[in-house]
Write a protein of this length. Sequence first.
Length: 400
Amino acid sequence: MEARSIVVIAADQNNLQNIVTRLSESYQVYSLNLPPSNDSLVDNSNLNKALAKSPVAILIEIIPEHDYTKLITRLRSQSEDRSPLILGVLQENASAKTNDVLTQLPIDSFIFSHWSIERIVQKLDQLAQLQERNEALEIEVADTSQAAITAMKAASEVGLLMQLVEWLNTAVSIEDACNAMFKVCQRLELNAFCLVQKNQEELFFPDGLVHETAQKVLHEARQSNIRVLSRNRIVVFRLDYLVLMITNAPWQDEEKYGRVRDILLQAAALTEARTRTLTVNALIAAQHDQVQTIMTLIKNVSGETQMYARKIMQNLSSELSEAVLTLDLTEHQESRLQALSENALDSIEVLYSGSDALEAHFHTLVSSITVVKDLTTTNASGTTRKEQSTTSNNEEITLF
């Protein structure tokens, strides 16, 4: 195993020769002279070779006359993985000016040239451990920050779904429901088209903005049995009555792509449920209107039938009365006339009985459909809207 290396930079190698000699027992030491010009050392080939060995530490003799800023910057940026420890070396009788220079430099620590090798090695080990611990803390902080960012994004996405539920509750048409889903896509910076199956009709949204190619993809996906189809930036989510297509999915970012797929699948499911509810409500309302129309027709016919029935009965009664008064009838003939009148009355009673049964049946039908309509119709605030039936409890339809 190759020995760890240390770089020693001194104004005069004789000044730090004792340190170089002692460190050579435990490290591979590269000794360099600190020239008057700082630039010459920055571009020095020997320094480049020494730095290529990834030294664990760089010892620099500190003298008041030298500017170390550019040199230390170069040493910090040289290593790609880990920057080496940079320590200032002071002579035992260092002046106050030298100490001032040392305190202004961006270095890790310092040592004195007269220290024993054991103390220097101990100092280097302590600094190395401290550096490793700091790097571990930096990694932990970065991981924690990333986890916090991910959690914030997830919370934001969950908030989008909750907002979508509120938007869907106020939707009064299929287009409104699809626009609510498109708002979620817009918040995620996604371009989207969708297809909604309404009875036997295919509706494309945004209305009038879905080009022919997108319509073809949505239609073919509707015929497929695959729930999620993806190809790079194109992702299609197929549900039973709704198909959602995204044209700019972040497929190169696996983490974001996974989150986007999850939230869009849930958003599509919520939107589909709302569109189905709106379709059912529309069908119930249409059936309700049709039955009401039938009831109105029956009511009109009932009025006319009643008028004609009364006229017939009045004529019959008048003719019977006239016959009894003007004709010289036998007892048998009078009995036949009375029987004829009674039979006519019985026929009318049977007709009224059938009319009452038909009327009761339609009243029950209209009442049940009205209850279903009230239960499935919501107003803008999301509460159940109670509509009064077109036929009130006090209103009766008399057929005859």
